[in-house]
Structure formats: C-alpha cells, structure tokens
Design a protein around this ligand. Structure first.
Ligand code: NAD
Length: 434
C-alpha cells in the first residue's frame, strides 16, 4: 500500500490491541518453560531494553500546529541491532509497540539474522492527513528519534500504513542530519526503501512471498497440492495482496477478503489482480467489488475455505470465532493475529497454525538483504533475491517443523523455543557486564 493510497483511505476502524502484551508474554513463558530457560535470561527477556516516547510538533496545511506522539521500543539486541517496523495507526501505543518489539526479537533470532527486535510508530489515522502533512509528520518524527535509530543501532522498516515512500523520507531526513561526509554511509538506517533509493528489488513482495512459501512447504510436508485449495485473506495491503497473488499463481482460489472497510465473498473465486486494480480506483477499499457479496465482518473468519490468512492487525482470531473457523490451516501474515485463547481452541480442533514469527519472516529477511546490499555497496537482481529468500524460508520452516515433530509441540512453541535458545546461548557465552 503506498502512502498516496493510504492517504485516500476512508476512516480506519478502531480495533482494540489490548492484550497483545499478555499474548506475547504467555507465548514466551510457555516456551521458556518448555526449554527450561535460565532464570536470569528469562528476567532479561521478559522486559524491554529501551522505550522511547517522543512528542513532536508538526505544521499542518492550514498553518495550525498539531502535536503527535511517536514510539520506538527496543526489546533486545543480544544478537545485533534492533530491527522492526513503524506503524501508523490509531491503535499504536506503548503496549502494542512493546509486544510487537518482542515478537521481532524472536522473529529475527528464528530467521538466524544478526538482529535484535524493535518496533514503533505513531498513534495516528493517516487517512486524515494530506500527503505533504504525512511527509512532515514522518520527517519530524525521524528528527525527534534522532540517534535512537541508526544503521548499526536500530533499523526501522514499513508496517501497517507505512510504505517505501515513508522509508525514503526517513532515510533522507536521517542522512541530511549527519555530517556531509557520513551521509551516504547511513542509507541503511531503514529498510523497505524504494528500489531507486537503495531499496531491494523484491522487498515489496518479500513478506507475502514468504507467507506463500510457508503454506507451500506445509502442503509439501502433507503431500498435498495448492491447486484448487480455497483461501480467505484478512487485509489486502502489502502482505495480503502479495500472498494472494502467489497463491493464485499456484492454482489456489481466493474466496473471501476483509479490509478495514468491509468484507467480500465469492465461493467461485475472486481474481486477485482485478481486486488489486479495483482498490486503486476505490479509495483503497474492497467494498462493492463486482461479482462478490458483502458479508458481515463478524462471520468473515467462519467462511468456508481450506486456508485462512490473517494479514491485517493483531488479536483477530479469539475465543469468539476460533470454534467456528472452517479452514484447516491458518497462516499468520500479520503479527499476533491469534490470541492465546483462540489458539488453544484451534489446536484442540486439530487446526495447524503457521506462526507469525515464522510465516511472515520473509519481510525481515528481505530487509536484511537490503541492509547488506547498502552496507556493501551492491545491487542485487530480483531472481537472486527471491532464490535467497526461498532458501532462508525453507531452512527456518524445516527447523521449526522438525522441532515440533521431535518434541511433540505445536509449531508456535517450536518456533519460540528455537528463537529463545539462540539468544540464551549468546548470553551464556558473553556473560553479563560488568
Ligand atoms: P498495509 O497497511 O499494507 O495493509 C493493511 C491491510 O489491513 C489493509 O488492507 C487494511 O485495510 C487492512 N485492515 C486494517 N484494519 C483492519 C481491520 N480492522 N479489519 C480488517 N482489515 C483491516 O499493512 P501490511 O504491511 O500489509 O501489514 C499487515 C500485517 O502484516 C501487520 O500485522 C504487519 O505487522 C504484518 N507484517 C508486515 C510486514 C511487511 O513487510 N509489510 C512484515 C511482517 C509482518
């Protein structure tokens, strides 16, 4: 989703994110118990390293000044610089940023990257601001964060309602505030930049492609094919669109979509590219897409399908809808879309969940490639990027799948155990200063 499109969006609905922190802590504690995590390391990983809250003024188009609140939470950097997205959404607050930062620590660790975890954003409904206001908000936020971010310290990336355009503004602002001789050496302060400005070819599709690959690897393990499998997607932004694109290419059929504005359904199939073209001329919304029926938002997850892909916000699959979900596979494109109670019900029903920290890790792997490319002054080709992504996703998927089989645990517990063990090892090797 480009900022220009985000700018045209109608007012975004408010979705509660309360409880995301409870969720991530329960997941962490359960895995920590499973691996008998050292109590000292458990203490360290249970809290965030740094929490930055900035209040900053921005001049609006009408000449008034508005004050915005921005966040950056740095959870852990035992394995490398903090890494994670920036989200522009009314539900952003310190609690949401903490939970999302923690998930990033596990995600980067599981993917075997030299990164820690961070997350941030601004509590804002971007549809209420013009493009030039969004640019000034982003630049002033970057200036307020100052040296709390940096190419070897904390590297933001796009997330909900932020795009490659947002990243280009951040990179330009950050570089402009460095001494002249250091400016170009700081291009990798953010990833997810446009490919003309230090971005990686393919970063746009990396997360969705990774979600698709996870589904494909799962199908391979289960000796089934994706041909004619039906799927529903919540969120038709960057992640939702690209995963639907790749699944359709592999013969699967999109039968339901939900976004911030409505839910649509067609059991005979919704053509992904047609829907993508449609939202461009419909203020970024899927509502009233031809050849589809509107469905109540509360029954969306209960639509008939084989695969369900939540790719919007957290806490969407809960005890309220988990019992009625028809899909046999949930592939978590979003971060934290299934809460602990919802997950318990799904697992009892024998439904497989490919957990967020594995399923959507293609994004951070793509970001890592971009960071390396900038750092080494290289430019990689699309086919090279996709092949490397494929290899990395396969390694992670197999590690998690085998661990789950060997230990008799679900895929999320397996993913958390592997991620936490890698960080525990680093702490044990290095000890605690002083
Ligand atoms: P995006 O802004 O491009 O798209 C978000 C989509 O979600 C839009 O279609 C929007 O209409 C929809 N949405 C918003 N509120 C909704 C609601 N209440 N109900 C239903 N739909 C709603 O964002 P994105 O980059 O695609 O991110 C989606 C999710 O994937 C987030 O949870 C994000 O953290 C996660 N994620 C993104 C990346 C990435 O590289 N972009 C990487 C990893 C994880």
């Amino acid at each position: 989703m480009t900022i220009a499109t985000a700018n045209l969006k109608k007012v975004t609905k408010k979705v509660p994110v309360r409880g995301m922190m409870d969720n991530v802590m329960e997941q962490f504690n359960s895995a920590a118990g499973q691996i008998n995590l050292h109590p000292n390391i458990r203490k360290i990983l249970s809290i965030t390293n740094n929490e930055i809250i900035v209040n900053f003024p921005v001049k609006m188009d009408n000449g008034d000044v508005e004050i915005f609140q921005g966040y950056r939470v740095q959870h852990n950097n035992a394995l490398g610089p903090y890494k994670g997205g920036l989200r522009y959404h009314p539900t952003v607050d310190i609690d949401a940023a903490r939970a999302l930062a923690m998930w990033m620590t596990w995600k980067t660790s599981l993917a075997g990257l030299p990164y820690g975890g961070g997350k941030g954003g601004i509590k804002i409904d971007p549809s209420k601001y013009s493009l030039s206001e969004l640019e000034r908000i982003t630049r002033r936020f970057t200036f307020a964060l100052a040296d709390n971010i940096g190419p070897e310290h904390d590297i933001p990336a796009p997330d909900v309602n932020t795009s490659s355009q947002t990243m280009a503004w951040i990179a330009d602002t950050y570089m402009s505030t460095r001494p002249p001789a250091e400016r170009t050496a700081n291009q990798h302060v953010v990833t997810g930049k446009p490919d003309g400005s230090g971005g990686l070819e393919g970063r746009d599709r990396a997360t969705g492609y990774g979600v698709y690959l996870s589904i494909k690897f799962w199908a391979d393990k289960n000796e089934t094919s994706l041909k004619d499998k039906t799927f529903i997607v919540q969120g038709f932004g960057n992640v939702g669109y690209w995963v639907a694109h790749f699944l359709e290419k592999d013969g699967a059929k999109l039968v339901g979509v939900q976004d911030a504005f409505g839910s649509i359904h067609n059991p005979k199939g919704i053509t992904v590219e047609d829907l993508f073209k449609y939202i461009k001329i419909n203020d970024g919304s899927i509502v009233d897409f031809p050849n589809s029926n509107a469905v109540d938002k509360n029954i969306f997850f209960t639509l008939d399908c084989d695969i369900c892909i939540p790719a919007a916000l957290g806490n969407q699959i809960t005890k309220d809808n988990a019992a009625k979900i028809k899909a046999t596979l949930i592939a978590e494109g979003a971060n934290g879309p299934t809460n602990v109670e919802g997950e318990k019900i799904l697992l009892e029903r024998g439904i497989t969940i490919i957990p967020d920290i594995l399923c959507n890790s293609g994004g951070v792997v793509g970001s890592y490639f971009e960071w390396l490319q900038n750092r080494n002054g290289e430019i990689w080709q699309l086919d090279e990027v996709m092949a490397k992504l494929d290899k990395k996703m396969k390694e992670s998927f197999n590690k998690v799948y085998d661990y789950a089989l060997n230990e008799g645990v679900d895929l999320r517990t397996a993913a958390f155990c592997i991620a936490i063990q890698r960080i525990e090892k680093a702490y044990i090797q290095r000890g605690i200063f002083p």
